[in-house]
Write a protein that binds this ligand. Structure first.
Ligand code: PLP
Length: 415
């Protein structure tokens, strides 16, 4: 860091002030986490220099002996962690891993069935603004109006009517466990490939805190930087029968040279995830999310589906008559970082939204527990219902004092 500070103080300042931002606030974005210094060391390593197109032992470049070792470690650890027949650790991100699924299983114009974005799906699940919706024929299911949970009857009905080649489960705002067996049975009935996008909850699977989709799905894609707590990247595991098609789809169909430093960081992360400490962490993330959801409920906010089984809660703010957009701004002004989020059948436009999404991966990494979640719920409630979005306003200052007390007792990246 000293050399960077001497040569480029502007960028060095950004790195330091970002660390300061992380340390001084409550990070509640459900898709973020605080990866370990060991993961960050691998990310900032000379492996970043190396071109290694291809796979271990069959590269298009010389000099790959050392990076081959890193990728082999990452692949083996990933397979063991998820009890998977095959792993590909080269995807640059979750979206890239998803691209590979389309590349392996669909031709342009062919049909997929996935969760709709406004009900909790992801952009890459066939939305019109994404390659997945522009080049493929996407049909969407949603949540049931009564339960607000995935509507399995709708999946079955649409699968039988539409005969998709690919069925996708998973999304970015699904607080409940997904019934993989049920969707597998539907996919088998209509002869579709079953793909699970486990980006959000794969960390909970790694920690054996929730059931795994791996035995049921043909392919499981994921990001490595959410609850899993690895580097910002992606990966996939699949049945052996699909290994060749998916490997070819990752490289050379969708990507060029793999990021070997990131792959080394994924290897470190998979080793971390195999420890008893990580398993405890995964369980604590869920317990904390449930405590936070019930704290918010006590304050008159409404977690959809009535709560959560995972790391996140999607919270309807209509009962307290505040929009998601205002809530996000008011919390931000008080040092609480979260995002506005559409709730199922949201009357507001996506840019305004009626809800917020909160996740407990970061706070749990910092060592906070259920007692602190009650305080976090109090602080969110005060910021949302009394704040005005002005960082210097009385309420923002009061809430920020509470935030400071918490982050001093449970620091991120302790010195
Ligand atoms: N899939 C799901 C379900 C996600 O939630 C995300 C990101 O949040 C992605 C895919 C895309 O991951 P990335 O941002 O790494 O491309």
């Amino acid at each position: 860091y000293a050399a960077l500070r001497d040569f480029d103080p502007e960028v060095a300042d950004v790195l330091l002030s970002e660390l300061g931002r992380i340390r001084s606030g409550l990070q509640l974005i459900a898709s973020e986490n605080l990866s370990s210094p060991e993961v960050l060391t691998a990310l900032g390593s000379t492996l970043s220099n190396k071109y290694a197109e291809g796979y271990p032992g069959r590269r298009y470049y010389g000099g790959c002996s050392e990076v081959d070792k890193a990728e082999e470690l990452a692949i083996e650890r990933c397979k063991t962690l998820f009890d998977a027949e095959h792993a590909n650790v080269q995807a640059h991100s979750g979206a890239s891993a998803n691209q590979a699924v389309y590349g392996a299983f669909l031709k342009p114009g062919e049909k997929l069935l996935a969760m709709s974005l406004p009900h909790g799906g992801h952009l890459t699940h066939g939305t019109k603004v994404s390659f997945s919706g522009k080049w493929f024929d996407a049909v969407h299911y949603g949540v049931h109006p009564d339960t607000e949970d995935v509507d399995y009857d709708e999946i079955e009905r649409l699968a039988k009517e539409e005969r998709p080649k690919l069925i996708c489960a998973g999304g970015s705002a699904i607080p409940r466990l997904i019934d993989f067996e049920r969707i597998r049975a539907i996919a088998d009935e209509v002869g579709a490939v079953f793909w699970v996008d486990a980006a959000h909850f794969i960390g909970l699977v790694a920690g054996k805190a929730i059931p795994s989709p791996v035995p049921h799905a043909d392919v499981v894609t994921f990001t490595t930087h959410k609850v899993l707590r690895g580097p910002r990247s992606g990966a996939l595991v699949c049945k052996e029968e699909h290994a060749a098609a998916l490997d070819k789809a990752v490289f050379p169909m969708m990507q060029g040279g793999p990021q070997m430093h990131t792959i080394a960081a994924k290897a470190v992360n998979f080793k971390e995830c195999a420890t008893p400490e990580y398993a405890q962490y995964a369980r604590d993330v869920i317990t904390n999310a449930q405590a936070l959801a019930s704290g918010l409920t006590e304050h008159g906010m409404r977690p959809t589906t009535g709560g959560t089984d995972t790391h996140l809660a999607l919270v309807d703010l209509q009962p307290v008559e505040v929009t998601g957009k205002d809530a996000e701004a008011r919390c931000d002004a008080a040092g609480i970082v979260l995002n506005k989020n559409a709730i199922p059948n949201d009357p507001q436009k996506p840019g305004i939204a009626s809800g917020i999404r909160v996740g407990t991966a970061c706070l749990t990494t910092q060592g906070m527990g259920t007692e602190q979640m009650a305080t976090v719920a109090d602080l969110i409630h005060k910021a949302v219902t009394e704040g005005d979005g002005d960082p210097d306003g009385t309420v923002s200052r009061e809430v920020r004092a509470g935030v400071t007390e918490l982050v001093e007792a449970f620091p991120a990246y302790p010195r």
